[in-house]
Design a protein around this ligand. Structure first.
Ligand code: AMP
Length: 449
């Protein structure tokens, strides 16, 4: 039987001419359509169908009596007693795990943890996560001390519906990050259906995140990735305007591609944090000893010029909280951002900038926030980031869609207790940034090309 959504997808993909084909007849015939002696059309249908059936949404997959191999992101921080100090990532994977168990499947979990040097290291063993996982799932979780091999395969085979098995750290094998084909194939033996629910590693072409997918007929994304994709897509495509992006953090160089890509999509870009000083200096301002990338001065001017051509408003800080040392207890004062005295550095935006940015955010209907406005880790220089965060929350309350992503902005949002007051906080750092830059992520393309 050809699934109705398969036909729907055909339509969506404008492959309507294929609809006239009798799929059931092809499916039931003795002909091996994967072989090259078949007519080209039959082969197109075979492989299209294969592709289409592989990318069904999770809700349309039958898990009854099957083993789902899920790539999760359990790269969580542990303290010196191997206790999980932040369980956010484990919690984020629960929806997918519980769903599959409810639907009569068994679950095999695989992840990396930390940066082992290519062999087993006790401090990076995923066995430390078992107590937390049992607690959060409210059921026993078995552990396999390796992630590939005959013994693991036998353990997987013996799993009953409703049971959960966690495999040992994938990165104890250097083949994982190398994207090794044979290792990916060995991993694929641990399940009937492959699910990728680790958006945080989707930008890596690792064995478990991308290469493995080719060994499965049935493969899809978990709820976490689906939500991430839908939320990020919302700020890339179907935006309610005005659309404002806030870009901050330390360096222009690490954000150029994002800013360039955003210029095609947004109405305004608020630039803050250390990277603002490269723009100020490029325009002739005096920035004292503030953070600057002199080799990016030209780029900053190009961005300003391109923004003007496209009618995108660039909102730079007009004032700054400056300090005479990179220290929370340094002497401080507020001054114009382009008149910073020698020996002083800007470590936060000033009150005038905060107010201007707030106004801009309150009149926005879509907001993307990546990067802090100042050195928010120091209490004396956190106000700008907090105020901007509160303005994002206020705008969200008034109906705007807001997405916060990228390591430091997520940390800031958590620090100020705002995570419940924005529309979506992305779990991903690098993957999100690459997605925003318009790059194709290997982990996504492997399932939905
Ligand atoms: P990024 O990883 O590029 O998003 O940068 C985040 C870091 O930028 C944070 O650790 C901030 O402390 C730092 N940062 C933000 N504003 C400034 C500034 N004005 N001077 C120096 N560092 C800053």
């Amino acid at each position: 039987m050809v699934h109705s959504s398969v036909l729907f997808r055909f339509e969506k993909m404008s492959l309507n001419f294929l609809l006239s084909y009798d799929f059931d007849a092809l499916q039931n015939s003795d002909v091996d359509l994967s072989k090259s002696n078949q007519t080209e059309t039959a082969r197109i249908i075979y492989f299209s169908r294969k592709y289409l059936s592989m990318s069904l949404p999770i809700e349309e997959i039958d898990f009854q009596g099957k083993k789902a191999l899920i790539r999760v992101d359990f790269n969580v921080p542990l303290d010196e007693n191997f206790y999980v100090t932040d369980e956010t990532r484990i919690r984020a994977s629960l929806a997918t795990i519980k769903y599959i168990l409810q639907k009569g499947g068994a679950v095999v979990l695989m992840s990396h943890l930390g940066r082992p040097k290519g062999g087993p290291e006790d401090k990076f063993s995923l066995k430390h996560l078992i107590p937390k996982l049992c607690e959060l799932l409210n059921q026993p979780v078995a552990f396999s001390p390796n992630c590939i091999g005959a013994i693991v395969e036998k353990t997987v085979e013996d799993l009953s519906a409703g049971e959960v098995l966690l495999l040992e750290n994938l990165r104890f094998h250097k083949e994982e990050t190398a994207g090794d084909l044979a290792f990916a194939e060995a991993l694929s033996k641990n399940g009937d259906i492959y699910i990728n629910d680790a958006f945080g590693t989707a930008h890596r072409a690792h064995a478990s995140t991308a290469i493995i997918a080719q060994f499965f007929e049935e493969k899809t994304f978990g709820f976490l990735i689906e939500r991430e994709l839908a939320s990020v897509q919302r700020v890339l495509d179907q935006v309610a305007r005005p659309y404002t992006a806030i870009v901050g953090g330390a360096k222009v160089s690490s954000k150029i591609d994002i800013v360039r890509n955003l210029l095609q999509k947004v109405d305004r870009i608020v630039i803050g944090g250390g990277m603002a000083f490269t723009f100020i200096k490029a325009q002739g301002g005096s920035i004292g000893t503030s953070l600057v990338e002199d080799e990016q001065l030209e780029t900053a001017l190009t961005i300003l010029r391109e923004a003007k051509e496209k009618g995108v408003q660039i909102i730079l800080p007009t004032d700054s909280k400056i300090a005479d040392a990179f220290d929370n207890n340094a002497n401080t004062q507020i001054c114009k951002i382009n008149e910073i005295p020698e020996g002083w550095m800007g470590l936060d935006i000033g009150p005038e900038s905060m107010e201007c940015m707030r106004e801009s955010l309150l009149s926005s209907n879509t907001i993307l926030w990546n990067g802090p406005m100042g050195v928010f880790e120091m209490s004396n220089f956190s106000e700008g980031t907090e105020r901007v965060g509160r303005a994002v929350a206020e705008a969200t309350e008034a109906g705007a869609f807001s997405l916060v992503g990228g390591g430091d902005s997520v940390a800031a949002v958590n620090q100020f207790g705002l995570s419940e007051h924005v529309s979506y906080v992305s779990t991903a750092g690098g993957a999100l940034l690459e997605f925003l830059e318009g790059k194709k992520l290997p982990g996504i393309a492997a399932i939905r090309p």
